[in-house]
Design a protein around this ligand. Structure first.
Ligand SMILES: [Zn+2]
Ligand SMILES: [Zn+2]
Length: 355
C-alpha cells in the first residue's frame, strides 16, 4: 500500500509551493545523500526525499497529488472515485500518466551502486539471461562422446531475495517507480537495443517488493564462478551448441540458459568423418583382392577382423555395420598396395600366370 505524506517527508506544510519543495529537497538531499551520510537509515530517507521531490517539484503532478489527498481516500491504489476531474482513481494509471507527462524517472537512484540521477536519461543496462561457454574436443572425444567439466561465471540467484532483487512489502515498484516500463539497453548478439521495455522487476505490473536487497545491490544476482559436468553425446559436430537450462544469469528472478559452443578438431591421422559414418583406407595386396583374406581394421571402437571377399576390386568399399559413430557404419576402402620392385623370379611367375 502506498500512503505517503510527501510534504511531511520534505518537512513542509501542506500549502508549500514548488519553490519551497525545491529548496527543501536541496537542503535534505545534502543532509541524507548516501555519499555523505553513512548513518543507517540515511539511504532509505534519501530515497523517500527523492520520491517526494519527484512528485511535488512539478506543478501538474503536485496538483494531482494535492487533489488526490483532498478528494481521494488517501494517496493509495484503492482511492475512491470522486467527481473531480483532476485525478484518476486508479493509482497505477495516475502514476503512469504522471510519469508519461513529466518524463522523469524517480527510480534512477539505485542502492548499492551509489549513483543518483534525477533525469529520464538513465538507461538501465539489462544483461542477457543467456550466457556462453566454449569447449574444444578432439576427434575421438566428439566421435565417442565424453564427460567434460565446464567452468563458467554467471549471475547466480541471490538467496536473500530469491533472485528478485527486492524484498519486503508489496508496494510501488522501486525499479520503475510504478511506471511499469524502464528505459533499458540490452545487448543481443553484437547489437545494443535501447528503448522502453517492460520493467523486469514488477513484470510490468507497477507494484512489487519495496525493499532493495543489499546483498545483490537490487540486481537479484551475485556473480559466481561455477562448474558443471557436461555429458557430451557421441557424434557432436564442429560449431554445434548445447543448451544447459537454468545455468545462465539470474535476472530479477528469471533464470537464463548456458549455451556451450563446441569446437571439434576434425582431423585425425587415421579416420575421416562424414556425419556419423567413419571412413578409412587399407592397403591390401593384389593377391588379397584376388583370393580374399582376413585383415585387421582399426575402428573408433578398436580393432575389428574383416574378411575381404574373393575377387574384390581395387578401391571397393567394405561396410562395417555399426562400427561408426553411435551405431552408424565404418567404410573401409581397399587400396591396392603395389610392389615397389619385382624380382626376376616374380616377373617370370607373373608372365606365366598371365593375369
Ligand atoms: Zn517495476
Ligand atoms: Zn538479493
Amino acid at each position: 500500500m502506498v500512503d505517503k505524506d510527501y510534504y511531511k517527508i520534505l518537512e513542509l506544510s501542506d500549502n508549500a509551493s514548488v519553490e519551497d519543495v525545491k529548496s527543501a529537497f536541496k537542503k535534505l538531499a545534502r543532509k541524507y545523500h548516501p555519499d555523505v551520510n553513512k548513518e543507517s537509515g540515511a539511504e532509505e530517507k534519501f530515497k523517500e526525499i527523492n520520491e517526494a521531490y519527484q512528485v511535488l517539484s512539478d506543478e501538474n503532478s503536485k496538483e494531482r497529488y494535492d487533489n488526490l489527498r483532498k478528494y481521494g481516500s488517501g494517496f493509495r491504489s484503492s482511492s475512491t472515485r470522486s467527481n473531480s476531474q483532476a485525478y484518476t482513481s486508479d493509482f497505477d494509471d495516475w502514476v503512469n500518466e504522471l510519469f508519461k507527462e513529466s518524463g522523469f524517472n524517480n527510480s534512477a537512484y539505485r542502492a548499492g551502486q551509489k549513483t543518483y540521477q534525477s533525469s529520464q536519461s538513465k538507461v538501465e543496462k539489462i544483461i542477457n539471461e543467456d550466457i556462453d561457454a566454449n569447449i574444444n574436443l578432439t576427434f575421438m572425444e566428439a566421435a565417442l562422446g565424453c564427460n567434460k567439466t565446464i567452468k563458467f561465471t554467471h549471475s547466480a540467484e541471490c538467496k536473500k531475495c530469491n533472485g528478485v532483487g527486492y524484498k519486503g512489502d508489496i508496494g510501488l515498484c522501486r525499479k520503475c517507480n510504478g511506471r511499469k516500463v524502464i528505459n533499458r539497453e540490452q545487448v543481443i548478439g553484437n547489437t545494443a537495443f535501447t528503448g522502453m521495455g517492460k520493467c523486469p522487476v514488477c513484470n510490468g505490473k507497477g507494484t512489487s517488493f519495496t525493499e532493495e536487497c543489499k546483498d545483490c545491490s537490487a540486481s537479484g544476482g551475485i556473480s559466481t564462478q561455477e562448474s558443471l559436468e557436461a555429458k557430451i553425446p557421441p557424434g557432436v559436430d564442429n560449431k554445434s551448441k548445447m543448451r544447459f537450462s537454468g545455468y545462465g544469469n539470474t535476472i530479477y528472478g528469471h533464470k537464463g540458459n548456458l549455451y556451450l559452443n563446441i569446437s571439434v578438431d576434425e582431423s585425425h591421422p587415421k579416420f575421416k568423418r562424414d556425419g556419423l559414418d567413419i571412413y578409412t583406407k587399407e592397403e591390401v595386396k593384389l593377391v588379397d583382392l584376388l583370393l580374399g583374406n582376413n585383415i585387421n581394421v582399426e575402428t573408433i571402437h578398436g580393432q575389428v577382423n574383416v574378411s575381404i571377399p574373393t575377387g574384390s576390386k581395387p578401391y571397393s568399399k567394405l561396410r562395417l555395420a555399426g562400427q561408426g559413430i553411435d551405431g552408424h557404419n565404418h567404410y573401409v576402402e581397399l587400396s591396392l598396395k603395389m610392389p615397389k620392385q619385382l624380382t626376376e623370379e616374380q616377373k617370370e611367375l607373373l608372365k606365366k600366370l598371365d593375369i
